[in-house]
Design a protein around this ligand. Structure first.
Ligand code: AHG
Ligand code: MN
Ligand code: MN
Length: 334
């Protein structure tokens, strides 16, 4: 069969056996995420037509204003996962605490937990610019059959069994990994089916794009300032091009296809940067590594950073391997 004719559903079934813990449970979970993605995609697409734009009037635990679509996307993902009784716990950017899920018979047998950023790039919703969803999946570490605990959610990123994102862009794509490379699927909106459009996605070893909110320049550590100046210098294949959408998913996706580095460093006003370790940086880092790229906090591999809180933030440097290594070099000098 022509690869591009393969649907996500077919791909999941075909690849189930190559997954080391294959019981079908993870496949069901990816099926559920696929369904929720279609529902959220539908809502995002009609955003200008119905009353879902703008602030919801509430703030999340991180003190950020929740947008109506943040809340809606959160509800849709949680509802879909809860109804199918395929996970034992969920943590979300939009929920203060993790949610423990007991199946009806009260004998919770599910092994997986999910962490999600239901809508990434909130500030872009109202202006019709790409947004996304990020998800991260682990096997629980506490015994099956008992309620989940914080320990299940605070695992290092290297323990992830799957991670992915959905990008609601000019087309809608679902990109994910189960630790065996990265594959991208594009939604045909006419029939509501995802097709394998980007098999075996790979980060170019190096690239010419750097993505960082340069408005924060004066607050950045010296290493980051120096690296930015290096990117801008007229030398060899530089200056690089600056591209920053402000939706991590979209900036990452572009850089994975074209080659580039995304940075959200710490600053004098935000000691750990802005991005959240568990449902933003870890899943993106897992995907990056699976695609031959690299993700670091400037010094350490993201997937080895110790998690101590659900909504913990971490500085983030992610993208083409050689570019991240170069940024680390500048960090180490300072
Ligand atoms: P979220 O919408 O889930 O809160 O995430 C927004 C994140 C990320 O997607 C983006 O790259 C970054 O915040 C942008 O932050 P700045 O506006 O500070 O550049
Ligand atoms: Mn986000
Ligand atoms: Mn979000």
């Amino acid at each position: 069969m022509d690869k591009k004719n393969k649907t996500l559903g077919e791909f999941i079934i075909e690849n189930q056996s190559s997954f080391q813990y294959s019981t079908g449970e993870l496949s069901k979970l990816i099926h559920a995420i696929r369904l929720a993605a279609k529902v959220v995609n539908h809502e995002v697409n009609k955003a200008g037509l119905i009353d879902v734009l703008g602030a919801a009037g509430d703030t999340n635990i991180q003190g950020e204003d929740q947008q109506k679509l943040d809340v809606l996307a959160n509800e849709k993902f949680i509802q879909t996962l809860r109804n199918r009784e395929i996970v034992c716990g969920i943590a979300s950017e939009e929920e203060d605490d993790f949610i423990s899920i007991n199946s009806n018979d009260n004998k919770q047998r599910n092994k997986y937990i999910v962490l999600i950023d239901p809508l990434d790039g909130s500030s872009n919703i109202d202006v019709n610019v790409s947004v996304g969803t990020i998800f991260s999946i682990y096997r629980r570490v506490t015994p099956v059959g008992t309620p989940v605990t914080l320990e299940d959610f605070l695992q290092p990123g290297k323990n992830q069994v799957a991670a992915g994102y959905i990008i609601y862009g000019t087309s809608t794509m679902l990109v994910y990994t189960t630790g065996d490379g990265v594959n991208g699927f594009t939604l045909n909106p006419a029939i509501g089916t995802f097709y394998l459009s980007h098999p075996g996605m790979i980060f170019p070893d190096s690239g010419k794009i750097y993505s960082v909110n340069e408005g924060n320049y004066s607050h950045f550590p010296q290493g980051v300032k120096d690296y930015i100046k290096y990117c801008q210098k007229e030398e060899e294949d530089r200056p690089y091009t600056s591209r920053y959408i402000g939706s991590l998913v979209s900036d990452f996706h572009r850089n994975m296809i074209k080659g580039g580095i995304y940075m959200y460093p710490k600053s004098s006003v935000a000691s750990n940067g802005k991005l959240r370790l568990l449902y933003e940086c870890n899943p993106m880092a897992f995907i990056a590594e699976q695609a031959g790229g690299k993700a670091s906090d400037g010094y350490t591999r993201i997937l080895e950073v110790e998690a101590t809180e659900l909504h913990q933030r971490v500085p983030f440097f992610c993208g083409s391997k050689k570019m991240v290594e170069k940024a680390e070099e500048f960090m180490a000098k300072n």
